[in-house]
Structures are given as C-alpha cells and as structure tokens.
Design a protein around this ligand. Structure first.
Ligand code: SF4
Length: 63
C-alpha cells in the first residue's frame, strides 16, 4: 500500500516550503496551516526530499 504524507498542524509554522515545492500535494487550509490534500500528487521520493526533509520543524511524516 502506498504511503501517505501527513502534516502535524500543531507543529506547522506555515513557512510555505512544502506548499511552494509541491503545490499538487500540499496547500494551506482555512486555519493557515499546511495540509496534505493529495498524497498522490507527487512521488514518494519527491514528497520525502522536497517536503519531509526540508520542513524546518519536521512536522510532515508518513502515516
Ligand atoms: S514545510 Fe513544514 S512548517 Fe512549513 S508549511 Fe510545510 S508543514 Fe508547515
């Protein structure tokens, strides 16, 4: 089964890196925090390298 990324919004500081790097996967929700709205909008490698690895507070993980 494919992995799905998940944002811990309690930790997200809304820096925008994940949204900017992978706009087909992450977006800001109404609370102003990032959410993963399409876990299959990019490859697992892209999500790992362009979001999980570069999130400054390490609040994106695989569920
Ligand atoms: S990179 Fe991390 S802190 Fe920045 S918006 Fe995305 S989830 Fe939030």
């Amino acid at each position: 089964m494919a992995k799905e990324a998940f944002v811990d919004q309690d930790m997200c500081i809304a820096c925008g890196i994940c949204v900017q790097n992978l706009p087909d996967v992450f977006r800001f929700d109404d609370s102003g925090k990032a959410e993963c709205f399409d876990p299959y909008g990019a490859t697992e490698d892209e999500i790992q390298q362009e979001a999980i690895d570069v999130c400054p507070v390490s609040c994106i993980c695989w569920k």
